[in-house]
Design a protein around this ligand. Structure first.
Ligand SMILES: [Zn+2]
Length: 188
């Protein structure tokens, strides 16, 4: 099937283009390896490099036929995935891990708190940072947890190895969940 001549079609139900949304790419082993734009996913399928496992509800029109736009594709060949480092610690990923709430009091978080203060040698790493509201941040200040009455709601750690999937879409589409670790699929 030729890969050219496929045009996007506007005027979908939500007012976006048919290309809005992302597609999950699986290795031949079914391991999730990336999230790409739907156009890229369709090109992989049309080029014979991947098979669509789930189509989205959108269709691209070529001259004569409608082609369903994939939501999940599986590569036909094995891609070696480099050793995955720990997820980089960014404000956005930290807030995502902590659900956007202060890990001391549960109110909406605005700041990042170093549990063991940096001024006292605390590291900037997943295990030592939590999302925090301004009020708790001010009250805890530069003290160790043991010097305050503060208690953590959860024990902080690095997020799941596949958290990049949730990070790249915000809300995980239903049809992706069977390919993701259970905790990630449930929390998403
Ligand atoms: Zn708080």
């Amino acid at each position: 099937m030729p890969g050219h001549g496929v045009a996007s079609q506007r005027g979908s139900a939500d007012g976006g283009t048919v290309w809005s949304g992302r597609a999950l790419v699986l290795n031949v082993t079914y391991e999730p390896i990336s999230v790409v734009g739907r156009r890229r996913a369709l090109v992989l399928v049309l080029a014979g490099k991947a098979d669509s496992l789930h189509d989205s509800d959108r269709t691209a029109r070529s001259a004569r036929l409608g082609v369903p736009i994939p939501s999940v594709v599986r590569l036909r060949y094995r891609v070696s995935v480099p050793f995955r480092r720990r997820a980089p610690l960014h404000r956005r990923s930290l807030f995502a891990r902590d659900g956007g709430v202060c890990q001391y009091c549960g109110r909406p978080a605005e700041c990042i708190d170093h549990i063991h203060p940096r001024s006292k040698g605390g590291a900037h790493e997943w295990e030592n940072v939590v999302a925090c509201c301004r009020s708790c941040n001010l009250r805890k200040a530069d003290r160790l947890l043991s010097e305050t009455g503060f208690e953590l709601r959860t024990r902080p750690g690095a997020p799941s190895a596949f958290s990049w999937v949730t990070m790249s879409v915000g809300r995980v589409p239903e049809e992706w969940r069977q390919y993701l670790p259970v905790d990630l699929a449930l929390s998403a």
